[in-house]
Design a protein around this ligand. Structure first.
Ligand code: GDP
Length: 444
């Protein structure tokens, strides 16, 4: 998977920062040195790296760190936001013509994945957007290109417009658009010829096709495995032809990923799709924020941090901590905790966002039932205020009443009370261990 070394490198630095109260300038400097090296190693354009490091440093130095977050996380958050911005910020959708058919011209070097992506895109449009695309075979030079597209067409049950390899590609593209209008196709995807290197003949031909069919989208297909070359190719194509978007292929491979990070910054054009495999369904809309999280190897930790920031009340958290320490925790506090966790979203979703959760044994199949939380709430709410404060008041007859009042059975009520007592004991032990230690944040 792409970006592994970058992810590892950053994680190492973050780990070293764990437990600090505040991010100071030296910490940020240390981290940014690693970030800079990691990005360069991943083949990110050096100008892009320079600007990136500058932006992150400015934002990260001297930041107030929320007490429930570790400073390392806070810096990751900035790195992540800036990475996202670098890759274009928002997901950018494929252009659609105000009047169909939308004409999409696929361009790129030979072997980048143009023909494969033409098929993938047609399938994506049909499957995800309920569209009716026509694929057009305008690569008359690569011997097998037309056959390849026709085979794809059969496999996907998708129409292919072809005139063989003896007709000028400009004419093929023009006729394909006419055909699409006639047959009410709402997209025409024109697979054009590539070359091994950018050359003038190729660019001239693409220019002519572009002038003839006036495409709504010129998608450049680049191979992520080629690193900096992909960025140079993109720059040249954009200068000569004017592209409107990029498809980054082979991101499933063992690429260092730098191309995906720098190509938007260098060309100003967004990556719209990512090719994640050879199969026809291995095309994904490119989401900069998700890619950034993946680069940082953090699942959707960022979403989680944001959710925690918006749902944890600092004052209440402090009060809770005090109560845990002094063993005054009540069932009301317990409910309060539950509702805070709940406000972050369905529990199993929250757990999935934790970094490494998918690697942890047993986590994969963990099912957290939100209904269970509702049951717990029902039981606790059936207690009196005095009982919630002091569960030792709960005798057998009261437990039976509570079971009845909450619609749960007596075993469940007993189990909850037992769990609560166990939890209190455990918290007491934990806060005993923490005593004397410097306060270091950490997710609550
Ligand atoms: P073209 O010359 O640009 O039309 O390139 P092709 O569509 O023929 O693709 C060249 C090779 O790259 C083929 O073997 C494809 O299966 C492979 N390929 C294309 N996209 C991807 C991708 O996203 N991931 C992987 N692993 N292989 C891809």
């Amino acid at each position: 998977m792409a970006f592994e070394s970058l992810a590892e490198r950053l994680q190492g630095t973050m780990d070293r920062m764990k437990g600090r109260g505040k991010v100071n300038e030296d910490d940020v400097k240390d981290m940014m040195r690693e970030v800079r090296l990691a990005l360069l190693e991943a083949d990110v354009n050096f100008k892009v790296v320079k600007q990136f490091v500058k932006d992150v440093r400015e934002r990260a130095v001297g930041q107030e760190v929320m007490e429930s977050l570790t400073p390392g996380q806070q810096v990751i958050k900035v790195v992540n936001e800036e990475l996202t911005k670098l890759m274009g910020g928002e997901q950018v959708k494929i252009n659609t013509a105000s009047r169909p058919p939308t004409v999409v011209m696929m361009v790129g070097l030979q072997g980048a994945g143009k023909t494969t992506t033409t098929g993938k895109l047609a399938l994506h449009l049909r499957k995800k957007h309920n569209r009716k695309p026509l694929m057009a075979a305008a690569d008359i030079y690569r011997p097998a290109a037309i056959d390849q597209l026709e085979t794809l067409g059969k496999q996907l049950d998708m129409p292919v417009f072809s005139m063989g390899n003896q007709v000028n590609p400009v004419e093929i593209a023009t006729k394909a658009v006419e055909q699409a209008k006639e047959d009410n196709h709402d997209y025409v995807i024109v697979d054009t010829a590539g070359r091994l290197h950018v050359d003038d003949n190729l660019m001239d031909e693409l220019d002519q096709i572009k002038a003839a069919v006036n495409p709504d989208e010129v998608l450049l297909v680049v191979d992520a495995m080629t690193g900096q070359d992909a960025v140079n190719v993109a720059e040249t194509f954009h200068e000569r032809l004017g592209i409107t978007g990029i498809v980054m292929t082979k991101l499933d491979g063992d690429t260092r990923g730098g191309a995906a990070i720098s190509v938007k910054a260098v060309t100003g054009q967004p990556i719209k799709f990512a090719g994640m495999g050879e199969k026809t369904d291995a095309l994904e809309p490119f989401h900069p924020e998700r890619m950034a999280s993946r680069i940082l190897g953090m699942g959707d930790m960022l979403t989680l941090i944001e959710k925690a920031q918006s749902s944890v009340d600092e004052e209440k958290a402090k009060e809770l901590e005090r109560k845990m320490r002094t063993n005054e925790l009540t069932f009301d506090d317990f409910l309060e905790q539950l509702s805070q966790v709940k406000s972050m979203g369905p529990l199993d979703e929250v757990l999935k966002m934790m970094p490494g959760a998918n690697k942890m044994k047993g986590m994969k199949n963990l099912q957290v039932d939100d209904k269970q939380i509702a049951h717990i709430e029902a039981i606790v709410r059936s207690m009196t205020k005095a009982e919630r404060d002091d569960p030792s008041l709960l005798n057998a007859s009261r437990k039976r009443r509570i079971a009845k009042g909450s619609g749960r059975n007596i075993q469940e009520v007993n189990r909850l009370i037992k769990q609560f007592e166990d939890m209190k004991k455990m918290m007491k032990q934990m806060s005993g261990m923490q005593k004397g230690k410097k306060k270091g944040g950490g997710m609550k």
